[in-house]
Structures are given as C-alpha cells and as structure tokens.
Design a protein around this ligand. Structure first.
Ligand code: ZN
Ligand code: ZN
Length: 257
C-alpha cells in the first residue's frame, strides 16, 4: 500500500508560506487530502479544495477511487467533493462501478444539499453513489482492509479513522482538539497522520499544537508519524524538535506501508 499526501496544509494558503515551507517543493501547502493506494483501488481520506488536481499530480486517477472517508464537513476537508462528483459524472467512471462516501453525523444531509445546489451537475451517472454516516464504533470493510472510526473534539461532528489491513495499519486524524484517547486509537499503527495546526502557545478550539501532537505521537507507539494540516507557524515550531520516526508531511509525499 502507498499512502499519498495530497495536501499537508491547514485551512488556508498563507502569504509567505511559499518562502518558508520546509522540505522539498517549498510551495504553498494544499488543504487536507490524502489517498491510500491499496493496489486494488484507492481510498481517499478527506478531499479539501484543490485535492482533485493533487490526486492527478500524485499519479493517481479518480476512476480508481472506491471509498472516500471524510472526517468532517469543513471546506478544507470536503471542498473538492463536488469537483470529484462532477468529473465522475462526465469523465472517468469508478472502476468498481460504485463510489462509497462516509462521514460523521450530518454528512448525508450535507451531500443532499450539495447535490441540490449543483443539480444535476454532480448527480451520479453511469455508476452508483452510496453515502453512509458513521458513528463512533462503526466500521467499514473492503478488500483486505477494515476502517474503524473515533469521535474527536472539534467545533462540529468530527471523526478520526484507523485502517487495518492484512499486514499494515494507518491512523488518520483530520482536525482534532487534544484527546488522550487518540493515542490508544492509534496504538501500534504503522503510520499515524496527525493534525498539527498550531505552534505552541497558540490557541484554537479543536486543533492540536506541536507539543500536544508530539505527546499523542509518542503515547501511540506508532512506528512512523507524519505531522500534517500544518500552518507556516506550526511547521516552523515543530522543525528541529521532532523525535525519531516523526516527520513533517509535505504535499505529494509518499509513504510505503
Ligand atoms: Zn475543521
Ligand atoms: Zn481543517
């Protein structure tokens, strides 16, 4: 399995981020979007604005997407869903013949309103679209994997996801406030992708600062950790103090699982 970071940024592009963003690329970070290529299909985890273009820049294609898991309905996590549906209506059809969307409570109503707003341009044509809301404790099974979810603190209903495959596991948090239970949820994962929007000392409801993210990372015992959903300030605040196994995500980074 290969995990692709489509967007490692926080909710908005930042002036100056282009100059200051660490790592290769050095460009403005795209908002949240991630894709897991299982070899038999592609699973999306969030798909914020700009993600459709990033998917193709990563060398993937929409037709291979079979499932999309959304942590919550903020536009930086769900903004390119309409773009994906628009493309699938008129261009590439899902290879599996069905696209399954998952999100927290309120997600089904959101999808209906989205379809109504764009009617009929995002209605499925030539494939089936299934939408399901997940609650803490629910899980979804696919070809050789299972995804579980956990409710996390954020100003709106929000989930974190954990995928367990035959040999590898992945845990992904979208936006989340400090939740000690996350370390247990991510226990022993091969890869933990953890939001880290804030530098230490900054406060925003429902987000982690660098120290909080590192505390969850070390408590989880995850083999590898990517700090993501980075702002320029949090990336600068984390650089130089990352323990072994913890890295800053960057757009179009790939991690083999
Ligand atoms: Zn959010
Ligand atoms: Zn966000």
């Amino acid at each position: 399995m290969i995990f692709h970071v489509l967007g490692s940024g926080a909710f908005a592009p930042e002036p100056g981020q282009r100059r200051r963003a660490p790592g290769r690329g050095g460009s403005v970070r795209n908002p949240a979007g991630y894709a897991l290529d299982t070899g038999r299909g592609v699973l999306l985890f969030d798909f914020g604005f700009g993600s459709l273009r990033q998917l193709y820049r990563a060398g993937l294609e929409s037709r291979r997407v079979s499932h999309a898991f959304f942590t919550h309905r903020h536009p930086d996590h769900v903004g390119d869903l309409a773009a994906l549906l628009f493309q699938l209506r008129y261009d590439a059809k899902p290879d599996s013949g069905v696209l399954r969307l998952f999100g927290p409570r309120g997600f089904a109503a959101f999808c209906k309103r989205l379809a109504r707003a764009y009617e009929p341009w995002t209605d499925p044509k030539g494939f089936r679209l299934l939408v399901r809301e997940l609650r803490a404790g629910d899980s979804v099974e696919g070809a050789g994997w299972r995804v579980a979810c956990r409710a996390v603190p954020h100003p709106t209903e929000a989930l974190a996801f954990r995928l367990d495959g035959a040999r590898r596991s992945l845990c992904y948090t979208g936006d989340t406030g400090y939740d000690p239970g996350l370390a247990e949820f991510a226990r022993g994962a091969d890869l933990l992708v953890l939001e880290c929007s804030l530098p230490d000392g900054a406060r925003a409801e429902g987000h982690l600062n660098v120290s909080e993210a590192l505390r969850i990372a070390s408590g989880s015992g995850a083999r590898r950790v990517l700090l993501s959903h980075l702002s320029g300030a949090s990336a600068r605040g984390a650089a130089g103090r990352l323990p072994r196994g913890v890295r800053l995500a960057r757009d179009l980074m790939r991690v083999r699982l």
